[in-house]
Write a protein that binds this ligand. Sequence first.
Ligand code: FES
Length: 147
Amino acid sequence: MQYTDKVLEHFRNPRNMGQIENADGCGEVGNPVCGDMMRITIKIDDETETIEDIKFTTFGCGAAIASSSVLTELIKGKTITEALQVTNMDVVEELGGLPAIKVHCSVLAENAIVAALYDYYQKHPQKEIPLELEKRAKALETAAADD
Ligand code: FES
């Protein structure tokens, strides 16, 4: 399997790895097929709805580590609305590509941020959740329930 230099670099030197204490949102997702798991914690400015900090931990493969690392870089400093535009394909592009059988690792990263943002809104019921986020989070829950 051929990984790009960028994948290898992020795998060896992951950015934003760890966990935020007292996080505003936390998302945990897993892939039932490969068994890999990912956890993302976020710090959000309630006023501007900007993602001030984001960290990940992954019990997973090298592509999952590289995907989460790149995703956190892409999302840090963005508003929630902007972050929702970032998809796993942006992660794949940023990494210079992933082998076809490893694309699901980038999906895991995308799902983890959706779950973390959803958790933020669950903890802030006074805020109106973006429709797009609600749809995607519900789809994740349904998929998890079907496993
Ligand atoms: Fe499953 Fe990479 S092999 S996340």
